[in-house]
Design a protein. Structure first.
Lengths: 438, 457
């Protein structure tokens, strides 16, 4: 079963806002998302961390729902809400008992129409964001490893390479004027998609979307960011200090093929052969058999995204923590053996077919949840949004599995030979500052 | 829909429409002749199913002899059976499109699994094999031992872990709940026969609960379960010990020194109650108003007004024999005293002033709505069922939860806050660089200082 039949209705409002409705009335629960086609990769040059700081500002008040009103109205309707900044999109989402659906749409429309924030809000959220960076990166073992460590080594274009969470100097330099300018540029309806999932009738969903969003004035489309990378011709390496953790870490990233190409489908299967859990070749060899590493994970667009939610260059990443008695060179040599074997011998269909079964199974789980149990259909919403904003085709959700199920052993083998080369990769070593022994 | 002028649509918060009823699905609850309890629920959202096989014994039951041995047993269970080697197990899981994990907490050991329904019988057979015929290969055990030790060393550099560890030690002392993780030396001294003993004694059908949710017919699934698990021999199982708890008199400050910290992890805590206690929902509601939701007083105060922290929260943590309440926030180093002041200010407000009608109604609606979100996914249903069944809550717990929450009053909240937010005897744990903290900590009591290994310094 590779062609799915998830009901999807999509349309555009005259102001350019795209609307996608996907009903499932089994439980009286609705999930709403608004995705804007702006993320931390494509934020303005020299303003590191601004896209994420701005995401926080979207919770600080709009014309008819002042500070905290948004949160109070969702929570007091029995729902939960959040937002998150990704490479190329920023999302805002709510799951609520379905009788609160119109209220959610009203709130999202209000902050798409008229953000209303002041200096005090900006100061407050700048402080909050700094503590977020400290708790997730600066004060954690292996914080930001490797999602913040690899890009500056692997890329030459500022957009792909900069500190996505933001240098504190850049955060401090942000002004209220920047906030409003950013809002005007990137938060126009034509740069967004509204998604309504769950307990809703299609006609009713579209009618409510029109009622609340159609009156929002259209704005000019932002210029697309320049994210082109010059071709990589040599292996790139860097070292980052690990302040708290006791084990050395190594992350290796290979430039991945373009999305939605046959080579990308083959690369996805190659990735699963290498990184698919404890049965994956990297974990099996380095952790279970040779016992050089104590942990090994990886994936395409790992670890802060997935195969589908980016729109430009990305890496297939392996993340290793290895025993201190092995050097980085020894560990990389053992890793290279695993990849060289794949390049030389390829993969049998006995290995590939189970990978497809597992891929299909994971895809179903991603559609249903993917974000804990509290945001039903988060994964489906996320895919619909990315396929709409990047590819103008939400129906890809139903058909995309086909490309992966058709991948042949030969296709995986040639993807391996093409992708897994030294000049196509970057390596970052996370070197503990302290001795490991207690 | 009547058409209103656009300006009015923009300025008026839409009213809630009539709520559709929340209907919990039937969940046949049976016990096989060998004592295995089984709860099954149909959910056809995706062509998969998810399950958890619990044993009602975890690290607490062996705390006196080998802390953490239940967790190590569960880890090694996955690595070999009398019929399958480790590699075979992993490849079989992949062939079935399945995920499986195993572990143990204080009160339970669990094997969790999920997979495509096409392979449900194969996956059940593998789970049965793991839980009845584990072979405990010595080399797998040694590898897992080393991985655990390396993991412990990283945990000892993690502020959140160090704070939880110290808080549990302070609240529960020598009781098994006082230890959340073994020491390296304890792990070094684990012996394979300890794992085998734990397995033989506690992985028993009379001690087990199997919860499954998914795209199946319960009748057919029950027949599969009978055939796979029916011949498993029953056995008798010990209860975990429940020694006396330490006396906690007065506010005390416990500082864990983590040199070089650029932030401080604060946790404030009290012992509280289990989920079976008659006050449980009152406490849940009080917690939600205090710091259990985005729209709560603590978040408003120290995040949205003062910007001290990204992730403040409070929580009630039910264990089988006892429970506890915590308030936590990771804050910048120079506002530790200021944060503690606000934490106690908000506690004292909860204890002294009845919550207003609007705030009360908002919080009741929040908990009631949140509960029903669990209906919409297989994982959500499985979580709700596991909680209610594992703790042997009344059969109508899911059906009556929302109405019982909605019936609570301001007096209930006040009483719960006065009883369980024990401000005068609250324990304060702070994890950070002592040079940045000692003066601030001293405002709340003379701090006892520990290093990351748990030694007094």
């Amino acid at each position: 079963m590779t062609q799915l039949n998830i009901p999807i209705e999509s349309m555009s409002l005259p102001n350019g806002l795209r609307v996608v409705v996907s009903p499932d009335r089994a439980a009286p629960v609705a999930t709403v998302g608004v995705y804007y086609n702006i993320g931390f990769r494509i934020e303005p040059r020299g303003r590191s961390g601004f896209a994420h700081l701005f995401e926080h500002m979207m919770f600080q008040g709009s014309a008819n729902a002042g500070k905290m009103v948004h949160i109070k109205l969702i929570n007091s309707s029995g729902g939960v809400l959040n937002g998150s900044t990704h490479y190329d999109v920023t999302n805002y989402y709510e799951s609520v008992p379905s009788n609160a659906l119109e209220r959610v749409l009203w709130l999202e429309a209000d902050r798409m129409r008229a953000l209303k924030v002041d200096e005090e809000n900006l100061r407050n959220q700048r402080d909050v964001v700094k503590e977020e960076v400290r708790v997730n990166v600066l004060n954690q073992p292996y914080g930001g490893f490797p999602w913040l460590d690899l890009p500056p080594i692997a890329y030459r274009n500022w957009s792909n390479a900069h500190n996505f969470y933001g240098d504190f100097d850049d955060l401090d330099a942000a002004t209220l004027d920047d906030v409003q300018k950013f809002y005007k540029t990137y938060y126009a309806p034509s740069n967004a998609v509204l998604l309504i999932l769950g307990d809703v009738d299609v006609d009713e969903g579209i009618k409510l979307a029109e009622r609340h969003f159609a009156g929002i004035p259209s704005g000019p489309q932002p210029d697309p960011a320049d994210i082109d990378e010059p071709p990589q011709i040599d292996e790139r390496r860097g070292v980052v200090e690990e302040k708290f953790g006791t084990l050395p870490g190594i992350a290796i990233g290979y430039q991945a093929p373009r999305r939605l190409t046959p080579e990308w489908c083959a690369a996805a299967m190659l990735d699963r052969a290498l990184h698919g859990g404890r049965a994956g070749r990297v974990y099996r060899s380095l952790v279970l058999e040779q016992q050089i590493a104590v942990d090994a994970e990886g994936g395409i667009h790992y670890p802060v995204g997935d195969l589908f939610d980016y729109n430009g260059p990305t890496l297939m990443v392996t993340r290793l923590l290895h025993k201190p008695e092995y050097s980085a060179d020894q560990t990389i040599a053992a890793y290279d053996q695993v990849l060289d074997e794949m390049k030389e011998k390829g993969i049998t269909s006995e290995e590939l077919e189970p990978l497809k079964v597992k891929f299909r199974s994971n895809y179903f789980s991603m559609l249903e949840g993917g974000h804990g149990a509290s945001i039903p259909r988060y994964g489906l919403m996320h895919l619909l949004a990315c396929f709409t904003l990047f590819d103008n085709d939400p129906h890809l959700v139903n058909s995309i599995l086909g490309g992966f199920m058709e991948v042949t052993p030969d296709a995986v083998h040639s993807a391996a030979r093409k992708i897994l080369t030294r000049p196509n990769r970057s390596i970052v070593i996370r070197q503990p500052a302290k001795k490991g022994a207690a | 829909m009547a058409s209103a002028p656009r300006s009015e649509i923009q300025t008026t918060v839409p009213a809630l429409s009539p709520a559709r009823p929340v209907i919990w699905p039937p969940r046949p609850h049976t016990t096989l002749s060998n004592g295995l309890e089984v709860v099954l629920v149909e959910s056809h959202t995706i062509p998969k199913f998810t399950g958890q096989l619990f044993f009602r014994s975890g690290n607490a039951v062996v705390a006196a002899t080998a802390p953490g041995i239940a967790d190590m047993t569960a880890t090694v269970v996955r690595t070999g059976t009398t019929a399958r080697a480790s590699r075979q197990i992993e490849e079989d899981l992949r062939r079935m499109g399945a995920d499986l994990s195993s572990g143990a907490g204080a009160d339970t050991s669990v094997v969790s699994f999920a997979g495509l329904v096409d392979f449900s019988n194969d996956l059940l057979c593998l789970v049965a094999e793991l839980t009845q015929q584990a072979s405990f290969p010595a080399d797998e055990f040694e590898r897992e031992r080393r991985q655990l030790i390396e993991g412990l060393r990283i945990e000892r550099a993690t502020p959140g872990f160090l704070a939880s560890e110290r808080m549990r030690k302070v609240l529960f002392g020598a009781h098994p709940y006082g230890t959340i993780s073994p020491t390296e030396a304890q792990v070094e001294s684990y012996r394979l026969d300890q794992l085998k003993d734990f397995y033989r004694q506690y992985y028993r059908p009379g001690n087990a609960l199997l919860v499954m949710v998914g795209d199946f017919s319960p009748r057919a699934m029950l027949a599969q379960i009978e055939s796979v698990f029916g011949s498993w021999a029953a056995g008798k199982v010990d209860e975990a010990p429940n020694p006396a708890l330490p006396e906690l008199h007065g506010r005390r400050v416990h500082l864990v020194h983590l040199p070089g910290s650029v932030q401080t992890q604060i946790v404030v805590g009290n012992r509280a109650i289990t989920r079976k206690h008659p006050d449980w929902l009152r406490l849940t509601l009080a917690n939600s108003i205090y710091g259990g939701a985005f729209n709560s007083r603590l978040v408003m105060n120290i995040r949205e007004q003062k910007g001290y922290t990204y992730s403040p929260r409070s929580g009630v943590h039910p264990l089988r024999q006892h429970g506890y309440f915590t308030i936590s926030a990771a804050v910048r180093n120079d506002v530790v005293a200021a944060t503690l002041t606000e934490i106690f200010y908000e506690i004292d407000r909860m204890r002294s002033t009845p919550v207003g009608e609007e705030e009360l109604a908002d919080a009741r609606n929040y908990l009631s709505g949140l509960f029903s979100l669990g209906l919409a996914t297989q994982d959500g249903l499985a979580g709700q069922l596991a909680t209610s069944t594992l703790e042997r809550l009344p059969e109508d717990y899911l059906e009556t939860y929302r109405e019982r929450i909605l019936a609570l009053t301001a007096a209930d909240v006040l009483a719960a806050a006065q009883k369980y937010f024990d401000s005068a005897n609250a324990q304060i744990v702070i994890v950070g660089d002592r040079a940045q903290l000692e003066t601030q900590a001293a405002l709340f009591g003379n701090p006892e200082v520990y290093d990351a290994q748990g030694n007094r310094i």
